[in-house]
Design a protein around this ligand. Sequence first.
Ligand code: EZ4
Ligand code: CO
Length: 412
Amino acid sequence: MSILAADVIVTSPDRNFVTLKLTTTDGVIGLGDATLNGRELAVVSYLRDHVVQLLIGRDERNIEDTWQFLYRSAYWRRGPVTMAAIAAVDVALWDIKAKSAGMPLYQLLGGASREGLLAYGHASGRTNAELFESILEHRAQGFRAIRVQSGVPGLKAIYGIASNATSAGNAGVRYDHEPAQRGAQPVQEDWDTRSYLRHLPTVFEAVRNEFGPELPLLHDGHHRMTPIQAATLGKSLEPYDLFWLEDCTPAENQEALRLVRRHTTTPLAIGEIFNTVWDYQLLLREQLIDYVRSSVTHAGGITQLKKLLESAAQYQIKSGMHGPTDISPVGMAAAMHLGLAIHNFGIQEYMVHGARTNEVFEQTFTWRDGMLHPGDAPGLGVDLNVDEAGKYPYAQAYLPYNRLADGTMHDW
Ligand code: EZ4
Ligand code: CO
C-alpha cells in the first residue's frame, strides 16, 4: 500500500481554493485543503515543485511520520506557506485512513464528544439599523451566536462590513463579508483607532438593548490595536458580556497579551494567522487567552492542531477554529471532525460557501438549529468534482490593506 498519485487542484468557483488530492495504490482518494487567501499559488508551488514527488511511493498509513518528515526535512520551519502545504498532506492522509477504516474521521479521532458544533456567523452593518437587520437575517438562518462588526463614523471602508457584499460573479449568494477582492491590486481601506474605541461600545450597547442578554456576541479586532488600546476596549466592552474579543493585538509579540489580560475580563481569542504550537507557547503557559483561533488548514493539519488543542485543554482554553469562506469545504470538514471529537471544543466560525463552491465540493455536513455536524460518510465526507472544478480557473485576488488618515500603513 502506498501513495500512487498526488494532484494539486486549483479552482475558483466563488473564490480561489487549492486542494491536494492523493490516490493510493488501492484506489482510495484523500483530500486536503491548502488554501492561503491571497497567496494561493505559493502553496501550489510548494506542493507541486517540492512535496508531490516525496509522497509518491510512501506508505499512506504513516501519518505522524509523514508529518514529521515534511516538517523536519524541509529544514525551514513554520510559516503559513509551509504549514498550509503540510496540513493539506496531513488531512488527505487522515481522509484516506478513515475511508479505509470505513468510518467518519471523528470516529478515528476518538468519537463524538457532543451532538453537534455550535457555530457563529458574521453580522455587520455600516449603521446600527443595517447591523440589526443583518443580525435578524442570521438568526433566521439558524445562527445562535453572532459576530458583530460595525462601521465607524468617518471611516469609509473597514474590515468585516458587508456593503455590496456579494462575491465576485456569484449573484444570488449574499456573503456577510468576503474581504478578498478579485483584481490585480489590493483595495485600500481606512482606519482610526480612537474613533473605533469611542464608537464600538455604543454599538454593543444598542445590540444588547435590542436583542437582550442571552445571545452570544463576538467581535474581531483584526490585529489593529496596541496592547493598551486593546486593554481599553476589552474593559469598555465588559458590560456587554462578549463571548470573545478576537485578535485584539497582532500578537507576534505574545507578551502583549499580558497587559491586556491584566486589565480586562473580556474573554480573548487569537491565532487565525498562527501556524504552529510554538506560536502559542507563552499564551497557553501563562493562560493569556481563552480560545485558540487556528484552523486545521493553516496550522499543520489534524495531527498538529489536535496536539495544540490538547495542550490548551490543560489550561481550560478551548477551540474557536477559524472558518471563513477561504477555508475550503475540505478544510471546514476537517475542522468539524476535529471539533466533534475533542473535549475542549468552544465554538466554530461558519461562513456559508457560495452555490458554485458547493457544486465543486460535494459535502455531507449538516447545519441544523445553529449546529454543524460533519455527517457519517467514511472519511471527511467531501468529494471534489474535478470536472466542475475545471470550469473555474484561478483568478488573482488580494485581501485589502489599511492606511491611516496621514497615509501611514496600518495593520488590516
Ligand atoms: O480576515 O479569513 O475571523 N475571521 C477573519 C477572516 C480573515 C480572512 C483572511 O483570509 O478574520 O475574515
Ligand atoms: Co478573525
